[in-house]
Design a protein around this ligand. Sequence first.
Ligand code: GRF
Length: 197
Amino acid sequence: MVNISVLVSGGGTNLQALIDKIQGGELEGARIVQVIASREGVYALERAAKAGIKGKVVKETGRLLQELAEAETDLVVLAGYMKVLEPAVIDAYRKRIINIHPSLIPKYCGKGFYGKRVHQAVLDGGESVSGATVHFVDEGVDTGEIILQREVPVKPGDTADTLAARVLETEHVILAEGIKKVMAELPEKEGGNQWAE
Ligand code: GRF
């Protein structure tokens, strides 16, 4: 079984999509062992509680590493996590931390590109296509190796809100697909095949 720790900072619709897919049997061999928020009062923690998943707020890197280790985390998933992870975390979970970003990286990503700003920049850029990207997390912001991308059309009359909503629907689909791809490449755990219960 692959133990996933999900890191969040907001409403948690990507977290909810993952919870629903795991409960629906669409992500076999994976379980969410905890949800870690970067700040108090985010709705993602309520979603975790409703699903019976441990949730906590962690702000310090040392404690984050401790919580990840204690939960025997195999894969760290950033789902709307707004903090930049310290190198110590990247090193400890190299190629086992993934993020979802609401644009077609390398376009409209990096420092300052988050939330509605991304979609407004896509519109200001006159793009006819946008999309979402699942990628590994390295020491840079949105610079890690791309795992999976999916295009989303920009429609006439789109606002940052309408485009964000359309891209989010796609995010909810490709995050689980990206996790499946990474799970297929994760090395076996001690003592045999990790997928067997
Ligand atoms: C998503 O658009 C994600 O790509 C970005 O932050 C947003 C979070 O949405 N990093 P939610 O909290 O999962 O609803």
